[in-house]
Design a binder for this molecule. Structure first.
Ligand code: ADP
Length: 601
């Protein structure tokens, strides 16, 4: 047992420490795994997102020189084809062509899809913001300054949003005089922002972040240059770039995607031309876009990350770290709870085992004690009987004395057997009490009469003090008498020298109402403080009593307790070691016993 307790004391903290350490490791691994998965999903999202836009870009891109009329026909055809076959058919809002007028000023015209023709239009509506950019571009081109190449137009106008696609370069004879090849015009594809917000982005999110579309992650897409412009946001988005778990630029050119799309024939090459030698052409288109649209695209086309919008993903808990930490805390709480439960149940097992051991020891002592108690009167009865039978004694007075001895020892035996049977009956739950209205004074006087022989024999003086007008109690008179007899026997057994006891009865207020208190008091040895909490346990005997070899079985007080409780009452004790003890039987007055009914102990 000691080894078990020691092993528990060492193993439990060790297990707790290991648990703590491993859960920490598991959490770190989990966080890294989640972070990697999230980043991988974000990359796929970005690829799909950019692919659609590049597909659109390439759809309206013209590789080789063509007349304005050819380009217009090409665009009409491409728009029809897009709307017929593309997965996100409504991605475009409008198609514009910006060409120059006689004064070299940029003039936009808008495609009327129904009429299949481009009509001149002003710099108004969606493209109003682009006017300044185009005019600057054309002005620079006209002045043919070096700055012209740097003030080129970007392929994506993130704020509108729109794609800006340059026309093919001018034929060499026209371009020769220019230091920077100048496109003769631009195609502007304005994107349908509402459609992107309602259909395009959500469907990509659904595809790549199934968890995010439920509850785990918050997503936001903001304009990189103007972070306050929120393009898309999930239910509780965090638009803080610094606190997000994944932050990735989208809406940009990617040379790899351009090559893939062109190789797969995802976009036509030029008006009326087939994409038969894609890779070659894709390199040239990247170079061309680089030249035509400036340095920022150069970065993108070399495969570096460059996007006009920023995708921000944040875990609902605030961050992935916070989510993993809270899971770790929960796991720690559960495993420590289990450890505690284990420790508690082991402690309880130890306590129960010790208790069972003590009970077994007490039972052996009980058997030994009862056997001893039985042996003495039996030996006296046997020898007295033998003497009588052998006519060793014939004097009538001596015969009478022998008779008295046999009677007394026989009565002692009977009482002892009664007590053991009573105890066994009460323990097994088979004992049935017969409750009757009982006068307390009768009960006390009856007990004293039953004990008279014992008290007289030991020269005991028992005082009685019964309060007048005590109400009757409902009880089993024989059982209550047995309880009081046990208490009186104990006062005689553990008296020492005083030879005094008092039996008193008075009214009192108990927890459940009025009660009659019958107290048996003595000036005997008293009960040691260590024994006091245990004396009502079956087979328990005081250590001093055992040491002094005072006969007893340790069932008397436990029987008294059972009888008191069967009557809806209780037993209490006050004791001062060396000065005496007072045992009080608390019995509820008759009216209150009704609800106890015929109680079984
Ligand atoms: P037993 O008397 O057979 O030992 P009991 O159940 O009657 O068993 O009593 C249990 C223990 O309580 C006794 O062994 C004794 O130590 C203590 N005890 C009971 N009554 C008294 C008393 N009146 N004075 C001192 N000790 C007592």
């Amino acid at each position: 047992m000691v080894i078990l307790i020691a092993a528990m004391a060492v193993l439990m903290p060790l297990l707790a420490a290991l648990q703590f350490y491993w859960l920490g490791q598991v959490s770190d691994g989990e966080r890294e795994r989640l972070q990697a998965n999230l980043s991988a999903d974000a990359i796929k999202f970005k690829r799909d997102f950019n692919r659609e836009l590049i597909r659109a870009y390439l759809s309206f891109h013209v590789d080789t020189s063509a007349t304005l009329g050819d380009i217009e026909r090409h665009h009409v055809e491409r728009l029809e084809q897009w709307q017929r076959t593309a997965p996100y058919a409504q991605l475009f809002s409008d198609v514009f062509i910006v060409s120059t007028d006689e004064q070299g000023r940029p003039r936009p015209s808008r495609l009327d899809a129904a009429a299949k023709q481009f009509n001149p239009t002003g710099w108004s509506g969606e493209i109003a913001n682009l006017r300044e950019r185009f005019e600057q571009r054309y002005e620079s081109a006209r002045l043919q300054t070096e700055i012209a190449s740097q003030s080129s137009l970007e392929s994506f106008a993130a704020d509108i949003p729109a794609l800006i696609i340059p026309f093919p370069p001018l034929p060499p004879d026209k371009a020769r005089s220019q230091r920077v090849p100048l496109p003769s015009g631009f195609t502007i594809i304005t994107l349908n922002l509402k459609y992107m917000q309602r259909e395009f982005i959500p469907s990509l999110i659904q595809r790549h972040f199934p968890a995010a579309s439920e509850t785990d992650y918050n997503l936001a897409i903001i304009n990189r240059d103007h972070p306050q412009q929120v393009i898309y946001s999930s239910r509780h988005p965090s638009e803080d770039v610094n606190s997000s778990d994944v932050s990735m630029q989208i809406f940009g050119m990617d040379s790899g995607e351009i090559r893939t799309l062109r190789r797969d024939g995802g976009a036509p090459v030029a008006a009326g031309e087939q994409s038969d030698n894609g890779p070659m052409r894709s390199r040239s288109i990247v170079r061309y876009i680089k030249r035509q649209t400036g340095n920022s695209i150069a970065a993108a086309s070399s495969g570096e990350e460059d996007g006009r919008w920023q995708l921000l993903i944040t875990h609902q808990a605030g961050s992935l770290q916070a989510a993993v930490s809270s899971t770790r805390r929960r796991n720690l709480a559960i495993s420590f709870g289990i450890l505690l439960l284990l420790a508690a149940s082991m402690s309880m097992t130890i306590v129960a085992t010790r208790r069972a051991e003590r009970l077994a020891r007490q039972q052996i002592n009980f058997v030994a004690g009862v056997s001893h108690e039985l042996r003495t009167p039996l030996a006296v009865i046997c020898s007295a009987g033998e003497n009588l039978a052998d006519r060793v004694v014939s004097d009538p007075r001596q015969v009478a004395r022998y008779g008295t001895v046999i009677y007394k020892e026989g009565r002692r035996l009977t009482e002892m057997v009664e007590q053991v049977l009573e105890f066994a009956g009460a323990q097994s739950g088979r004992r049935r009490y017969e409750f009757r209205s009982t006068q307390v004074a009768d009960l006390i006087n009856g007990t004293l009469t039953a004990c008279r022989a014992q008290t007289q024999e030991s020269g005991f003086h028992v005082e009685t003090e019964i309060e007048s007008n005590l109400p009757p109690v409902s009880g089993d008179e024989a059982a209550l008498k047995l309880a009081l007899q046990n208490l009186i026997s104990n006062t005689i057994k553990y008296d020492g020298e005083s030879r005094w006891a008092r039996l008193s009865a008075q009214m009192g207020a108990g927890e459940r109402g009025a009660e009659v208190r019958i107290t048996v008091e003595d000036h005997g040895s008293g009960i040691a403080t260590v024994d006091l909490p245990h004396i009502f346990e079956p087979f328990y005997r005081g250590r001093d009593v055992v040491a002094a070899q005072i006969q007893g079985s340790g069932i008397g007080l436990s029987l008294v307790k059972q009888i008191a409780e069967a009557h809806g009452g209780r037993i209490s004790v006050r004791s001062t070691p060396g000065a005496g003890s007072a045992f009080t039987l608390h019995l509820p007055v008759e009216t209150q016993v009704g609800d106890t009914g015929e109680a079984n102990s």
